[in-house]
Design a protein. Structure first.
Ligand code: SRM
Ligand SMILES: Cc1cc2nc3c(=O)[nH]c(=O)nc-3n(C[C@H](O)[C@H](O)[C@H](O)COP(=O)(O)OP(=O)(O)OC[C@H]3O[C@@H](n4cnc5c(N)ncnc54)[C@H](O)[C@@H]3O)c2cc1C
Ligand code: SF4
Ligand code: FES
Lengths: 125, 836
């Protein structure tokens, strides 16, 4: 379990060494999320079309270790973009991965970049 | 910097840290906390929820990072073994020494294990820590695998009953063995105990009173309890809950004064016999008593903080031990002195064996005050009675009104605003009425949520929630502020207002709603509410705006533990042909799905992966099935009994009518789910009165009942109209359902909706039957419009490639989720259980 969690480490915009193309903008639902695969990682990608911003995080919910976060509802809490896990509705900040219900969980977040309508995620490897 | 050492990181030790960290001089102290347990302090009061829905992390009182963020040095898994009171140092089991200026002992207590022979056998447990619960869980699993199922709890007190419920939740047959002739002997009199016993036995828990246990028998493991009256009980597991013993060993061995029967002596400043050493919580012996509740412990923590930081707050002289029993499926409370009866004080009791209610109040014969009481079966007046007792408030001229008067529906207190400012509303966090009102009046808090986060009221045992809600609402009202149950931060409207606005402004998408009447990006609360409103107005399916649907609706299926889905096709009225049954079986075999007959008379197929859903549904639809909407807040099933076609007692054709109604309202989305039932006679085999709407055949037509449900708070449906013909039934149902859909709050089922409706069922009858609001035609037309526009959303989804594209695990790969694991279960499969 721990091992699975440890495969996900937040990457900052500056820390991104490779940018992986994961699909066309239109592959991702408006104001919703979808999942992509990169090597052994499952990454949830969110399209906040209202604010024209994109976010990405691990697909793994740290609460019960299920690959479900891409299927959660997105929104904001006082302006912080967030996702609610579809299983028990724990919510996470998509800016820094912290749990917004004040619990001891954290998720890894990844930078997203749009170029010529294509979506790229930044990784360290 | 002054050094403070806290020994024990339990509930009270934590509260000490929290209070100290809020003190303005906090920076002047260096705090080190030692805890014997491996995790930081957790909520022992809600420990039993660890068996149902809380993980160890969720029980933490503060995340482990909290201590570091406050510069508190927390050392878990480290036991303090000695104190040198002269040198002012402590030593831990790791042989490390630490110096202190102030020492705070918050070592709590341990469960008392009576000296019964055999108490050291395997399968005997105590109930205090997460580790205890883990051990019980593991043992219960082992027992069940070996076909053994009997568990007993030694001790019928508050905690014993809670433990018995836990044993039941572990899937065992639970028994309670009590030495005294009654349950909860410290809180209840005989009559109350009898009533509680009947209730608990009806829940399937065995009660054995006046039993002294002589021997715990068995080879290595417990297999039997022998009692002194020569009877015995066969048990495979025993939980001992026979009281607590303060953990005063550390103090005792260091020359700090302890009581003859245990506990560290403290004065009203929480100081022990040694000036620089304080003791708080369950280990403290104050006024000759040990107090096994959090509220007094929290108060002690506050006193110790004040004293150490130079304040002068002292502990009150008499400590209130009022309590409510939680979790066991019935309400029990006692407050003040539950037993007194003498020349000056008389007991007034009310007993109703039919509904299992017993109430007792002890009042002064001259009517001047209330001394205490007991409530079994219905403790809804507990908070009010407690306030009257605790604040020595005036009682009504006829004191019996206190236990009978509430039938009129009015609060026996009059208004909560009549309470004195000093009244303690939340005793766990000691929050007074004054404190709550003041923060609302001076604007530092603007509503219930603010009050909870500023004052922490309601975060302890939670018993004061109803009163805090009342107080907040009444205070806001008195300040001339409108109380709005707004949906969330993005929409400042109630669901009913949103419904009207969407309709009037002809808003058709969520984005448009945000732009015209909301703000921000929305969230998991407002999105499903608006999705439901759109579908109730336009009968749009969940395929149109999938991203705002609740998690299940988005994929038209219920998500399961491991992220797979269940598939529930509609089987109207529960009637199904052999051919269709065979199709279900074949599809289940082809996709290796777990099958189960549901409580709603249909068949659930579990374990489908996201990408399999359209394939499975294509096969089902080809065979003539359609969506069962088991995932939506929408019509679920209309349950039927076989009725007059076959049953020798049947008065009308209940199956035919159930099918007609289910087909009429299928796909109808509503504030919460809707269920119906149709029974062919008053024997009521379809349980129609346990549904949101139910029809029962009688001589001359159908009796129509509304607003019932099973679930968490069961309610019987209430008679709306009698002896109706089929067409009138449908007409009233159209009006009733549409009126509910228009006016109910989000996730409010019909029963609580009716409860809140001013005028109740009589008012509803006027609206539905007499059309007092003049909207009946509207309601019927609207419903007919929705009925006409019905479409199976699964058919729609698989026929439209764009809609179908969402059923895929990865956008950039055809791989499937390799994290999903199944294990075998009887001849089928189930998700691999969660680690914790
Ligand atoms: C499958 C089923 C249990 C079974 O194996 O029999 C079931 C399964 C669930 N029920 Fe139920 N309920 C099922 C019949 C019932 C019944 C019995 C009935 O309908 O006659 C009740 C009590 C009657 C009632 O609702 O009044 C029932 C009361 C609940 C409640 C409590 C509702 C309440 O008002 O208190 C919930 C929670 C909720 O809806 O918020 C719930 C929620 C759930 C959820 C949706 C929990 C969830 O979110 O995952 C479960 C979904 C499982 C799935 O994926 O299919 N289920 N549930 C039954 C499906 C019936 C069907 O054919 O559609
Ligand atoms: C199942 C259950 C249900 C309950 N329900 C309720 C309820 O509904 N309402 C209510 O008011 N109360 C309830 N209680 C009681 C409540 O939990 C206690 O009153 C409260 O936890 C007491 O807090 P404490 O800090 O004094 O003791 P504890 O919470 O027991 O904490 C003491 C801690 O100190 C540690 N410790 C002891 N000695 C040492 C040492 N030498 N060195 C280091 N660490 C040490 C212990 O390991 C422990 O972690 C319940 C208790 C249980 C077990
Ligand atoms: S099926 Fe219903 S009763 Fe059973 S565990 Fe799920 S929600 Fe609870
Ligand atoms: S699994 Fe995500 S919140 Fe529980």
């Amino acid at each position: 379990m721990e091992e699975l969690l440890n495969t996900y480490k937040s990457v900052t915009l500056e820390g991104a060494r490779t940018w992986v193309q994961v699909g066309h903008q239109s592959d991702f639902p408006q104001n919703g999320g979808a999942c992509i695969k990169h090597k052994n990682k499952q990454i949830a990608v969110y399209n906040f079309s209202l604010t024209q911003s994109w976010y990405a995080c691990q697909n793994l919910c740290p609460h019960k270790m299920e690959m479900v976060l891409s299927r959660g509802m997105i929104g904001d809490l006082d302006g912080i973009p967030k996702v609610a896990c579809p299983l028990h509705k724990k919510t996470f900040s998509l800016e820094n991965g912290s749990n917004l219900n004040g619990e001891n969980f954290k998720i890894a977040v990844y930078p997203v970049k749009i170029q010529n309508e294509m979506v790229y995620i930044g990784f360290e490897d | 910097m002054k050094k403070i050492i806290v020994v024990g990181n339990g509930m009270v030790g934590y509260k000490f840290c929290e209070k100290l960290s809020q003190h303005p001089d906090f920076e002047a102290y260096e705090v080190t906390v030692f805890g014997e347990e491996s995790r930081p302090a957790y909520d022992r009061v809600h420990l039993s929820e660890y068996f149902s829905d809380k993980s160890a992390d969720e029980l933490l009182l503060a995340p482990s990072g909290w201590y570091a963020s406050k510069n508190i040095n927390l050392r878990t898994s480290e036991l303090v073994i000695a104190i040198d009171i002269d040198a002012q140092t402590i030593t831990t089991h790791k042989e490390s020494q630490y110096a202190y200026d102030y020492l705070v002992l918050a070592t709590g207590s341990s469960p008392f294990v009576p000296p019964i022979k055999g108490a050291d056998k395997q399968g005997v447990f105590v109930y205090r820590t997460i580790e205890d619960l883990d051990a019980m869980k593991a043992y219960a699993t082992k027992l069940k695998a070996a076909g053994k199922k009997n568990a007993a709890v030694l001790g019928g007190g508050l905690l014993g009953l809670e433990a018995a419920n836990a044993a039941k939740e572990l899937g065992l047959n639970a028994h309670v063995v009590e030495f005294a002739p009654r349950l909860m002997p410290r809180q209840l009199d005989q009559q109350a105990s009898d009533m509680l016993q009947a209730k608990i036995e009806s829940l399937g828990i065995g009660i054995h009173l006046s039993k002294a246990t002589d021997l715990i028998a068995g080879e290595d493991c417990i297999s039997r309890m022998d009692f002194t009256d020569d009877t015995h009980l066969d048990v495979d597991m025993l939980i001992i809950s026979a009281g607590i013993r303060p953990r005063d060993e550390l103090a005792r061995n260091s020359g700090i004064q302890v009581g003859a029967r245990g506990g560290i002596y403290v004065n009203e400043k929480m100081q022990t016999s040694v000036e620089t050493v304080y003791a708080i919580g369950e280990v403290a012996l104050y006024n000759e008593g040990i107090y096994g509740l959090v509220a007094p412990g929290y108060e002690m923590a506050d006193v110790a903080v004040q004293q150490i930081t130079g304040g002068d707050k002292c502990m009150v002289a008499s400590i209130d031990m009022s309590t409510q029993l939680k979790l066991i499926g019935t309400e029990v409370a006692s407050f003040g002195d539950p037993f007194v009866e003498n020349d000056e004080i008389v007991a007034i009791t009310y007993e109703n064996k039919h509904s299992g209610i017993y109430k007792r109040i002890n009042v002064a014969r001259d009517g001047s005050r209330l001394y205490g009481g007991i409530l079994v079966g219905d403790s809804s007046d507990y908070n009010s009675l407690f306030q009257i007792y605790y604040n020595v408030m005036k009682i009504p001229e006829n004191p019996e009104d206190l236990i009978l008067g509430s039938r009129g529906g009015d609060n026996i207190l009059g208004s909560v605003l009549d309470l004195p400012d000093s009244a303690q509303i939340c005793s766990c966090e000691s929050v007074s009425k004054g404190a709550i009102c003041k923060s609302l009046e001076d604007g530092s808090c603007s509503g219930y949520k603010d009050i909870v986060s500023c004052t922490k009221a309601t975060t302890g045992c939670g018993g004061c929630k109803p009163m805090v809600t009342d107080l907040v609402n009444e205070t806001l009202k008195s300040l001339g502020k409108e109380i709005k149950d707004t949906v969330c931060e993005h929409f400042e409207f109630s669901r009913q207002e949103l419904y009207d606005l969407v309709k009037v402004k002809k808003i058709t998408t969520f984005e448009e709603a945000l732009q015209k009447i909301g703000k921000g990006c929305g969230c998991e609360i407002c999105k499903p509410v608006l999705a439901s409103v759109f579908s109730s107005i336009y009968m749009e399916t969940a395929n149109k705006q999938p991203a705002i649907q609740d998690s299940n609706d988005r994929f038209l299926a219920n998500i399961q533990r491991n992220g797979t889905y269940s598939v529930v096709p509609r089987v109207p009225g529960g009637e199904i042909t052999p051919e269709k049954l065979i199709v279900l079986g074949e599809i289940a075999k082809q996709y290796d799905l777990y099958t189960k007959i549901t409580g709603g008379q249909r068949i659930d197929l579990f374990g489908a992966q996201l990408h399999e859903l359209p394939l499975i549904w294509k096969a089902l639809i080809d065979a003539g099935f359609e969506s069962g909407h088991a995932y939506g807040k929408s019509l679920r099933t209309v349950k039927s009994c076989v009725g007059s076609t076959w049953c020798r007692y049947g008065m009308h054709e209940s199956v035919s009518f159930a099918i007609e109604i289910e087909n009429r309202y299928r796909g109808l989305r509503s504030p919460h789910k809707l269920k119906g039932g149709v029974s062919g006679c008053i024997r009521e085999c379809a349980e129609a009165r346990g549904k949101d709407f139910g029809l029962i055949a009688v001589d001359g037509g159908w009796n129509l009942y509304v607003c019932g449900n099973g679930g968490a708070t069961p309610k019987h449906a209430i008679l709306l109209a009698e002896k109706l013909d089929d067409a009138t039934c449908v007409k009233y149902l159209d009006r009733f359902l549409m009126y509910y859909i228009r006016t109910a709050g989000p996730l409010v089922r019909t029963a609580p909706w009716l409860e809140k409706l001013d005028g109740g069922i009589e008012y509803l009858k006027k609206v539905i039957i007499e059309d007092s609001l003049g909207i009946a035609d509207d309601l019927e037309q609207e419903m007919q419009g929705l009925v006409n526009r019905y479409e199976c959303e699964w058919k729609q989804a698989i026929e439209n490639p764009e809609m179908a594209s969402r059923f895929k695990h990865f956008v950039n790969s055809d791989d499937t989720d390799d994290n999903i694991e199944f294990v075998a279960l009887r001849d089928q499969k189930m998700p691999k259980p969660w680690a914790s």
